[in-house]
Ligand binder design. Sequence first.
Ligand code: F6P
Length: 568
Amino acid sequence: MASSALISDTQSWKDLRAHVEEINKTHLRDLLNHTDRCQSMMVEFDGILIDYSRQRATLDTLKKLFNLAEAAHVKEKIIRMFNGEHINSTENRPVLHVALRAPRDAVINSDGKNVVPEVWHVLDKIRDFSERVRSGSWVGATGKALKDVVAVGIGGSFLGPLFVHTALQTEAEASECARGRQLRFLANVDPIDVARNITGLNPETTLVVVVSKTFTTAETMLNARTMREWISSALGPQAVAKHMVAVSTNLKLVEQFGIDPNNAFAFWDWVGGRFSVCSAVGVLPLSLQYGFSIVEKFLKGASSVDQHFLSAPFEKNIPVLLGLLSVWNVSFLGYPARAILPYSQALEKLAPHIQQVSMESNGKGVSIDGVPLPYQTGEIDFGEPGTNGQHSFYQLIHQGRVIPCDFIGVVKSQQPIYLKDEVVNNHDELMSNFFAQPDALAYGKTPEQLRKENIPEHLVSHKTFSGNRPSLSILLPSLTAYNIGQLLAIYEHRVAVQGFVWGINSFDQWGVELGKSLATQVRKQLHASRKKGESVEGFNFSTKMLITRYLEASADVPSDPSTLLPNI
Ligand SMILES: O=P(O)(O)OC[C@H]1O[C@](O)(CO)[C@@H](O)[C@@H]1O
């Protein structure tokens, strides 16, 4: 399938380019009047309703997007992914996060081997370990039960688990299962993050889970050594065996670090970091907090969407539709950003997680065959829960730049509140905004409407809303572990579809390497300057000046310190 032909050279791409002119003659205000159009722009699957009628698209646009998908061989690429082919060609790896949530009896082959039994071997090990910790049969070095967990990891070894944890925290069944337990995440190498995470924790009752696919990430390893010091300085070095476990693909380095290999939970190089929340990366910390049976529901929700993605026709395939519409917005309508706006506080960490899933995957400059692209890929993802975002950046979305929005609403609140004598209950109040905002963006408000309302003439232009601003609405029935899994898989596959169309490798991340290697040079310099007083050399004028100023202004930092941990 590899070829240096770019999707932008195909007739389908050119047709869509030409079609923009047609769409520019329309306004969502009018498009929304066509009931047939709107009806065919609603899709339902497994309790989830998607309404994309507020996209700047007609049924003809959709037809052209399906042609584009065909020209980009999207169907074949999806099948190749599920078949375990090495579609991550620059790293020569399959991309099989779908195997992480496949049922026990599924068969998913990679390099001639069914990977599902090894997935379940690790899941069973997690179930067993987390039950022993939760029941108090696995105790710490002083015989106390371990009720608090600090998960140390960054990027994909952090954001997905944090998203799911935040979403489950207030879910009735999950929160009951987590009673008396805490799960914290130490990600940043900033010592302040260490201080925040250990504050209020007792090493005797704390389990540290070091999560790193490579077990070489500088930030994670320094934080892991810091946590090891925190434990051993309080309880003695032998306590590490009882208080530290690891999740990694690199079990050799785990052992070298001093963690018992029996307490290491494996995953595989066919799981990309940002797609790893369904591996031990997420399943271990979440099972320790909520119990394995809750996490299993999350995996089932994701698996249900996996099957839908693989088998549903494109006209009804949620990740495919959303992926194609994102390509339409970015590559044809020229909107470079996307706002992820969940009307649920429980989903407050969805946008940061999808930011990595999407931007690390699709922020590329060359095709999968290494050909420089004449078009931009990826989009700038950001977001906040509604209604908080409304009082922050929505002004720009309503009257400034056009940013396609994903509105995500939930039918049944995790935590309903009813107050006597209120007009509506609290969740209805929230959802009133969820329903209103997409229409405000789509319809806008004309000067004529304002004049009819007797708005003073000098304010008319200020109060005018152009409208015609696209969004889509995702309505979830509730926010259980299962629904959270569904939502995750929708976004993961949508990002893959976008990459498949753009013809890029969405599964590597070479762009993060340069900064890492330059930091190594700076680290060496800081060491040499602090220890031996060496002057700053080998940098450009600006960096040299900045580092020199930093060193001079922090000359009181001891050159040969004894261990100091945060004390707040
Ligand atoms: O799990 P690891 O190997 O510590 O890597 C953490 C993160 O670093 C990256 O490699 C780059 O930021 C991500 O892709 C990954 O999720």
